[in-house]
Design a protein around this ligand. Structure first.
Ligand SMILES: [Zn+2]
Length: 99
């Protein structure tokens, strides 16, 4: 038995809360250059309250074939993957912009 989502009022299996949350994110993607010229792609502005950050991180690491970590309020990926990250996010229904 599944219930009704208290967020959108639809049955849980067709709940659209996460879809709506994805569209509402104001995600910024930019490259940060660290010591010794090491580049990190930063994905900032994700609302950790409504988005599953762990699964987003593993998807991004997978698609970009790079290492990454969850930091407070943002995701860090090793290397410059700005374009790729925007494409992956857009395929997942996220709006984002490159800074
Ligand atoms: Zn819902």
């Amino acid at each position: 038995m599944s219930g009704i989502c208290t967020g959108c009022g639809l049955p849980e299996e067709i709940c659209v809360c996460e879809d709506i949350a994805r569209e509402q994110q104001e995600i910024r993607i930019f490259v940060d250059t660290r010591r010794y010229g090491k580049k990190m792609t930063i994905v900032d502005g994700i609302d950790a309250g409504s988005i599953d950050m762990d699964s987003l991180l593993s998807t991004l690491k997978n698609k970009c074939a790079c290492g990454g970590a969850l930091k407070e309020g943002h995701i860090e990926l090793q290397g410059d993957h700005v374009r790729k990250v925007q494409k992956v996010l857009s395929d997942m229904g996220f709006d984002s912009r490159i800074d």
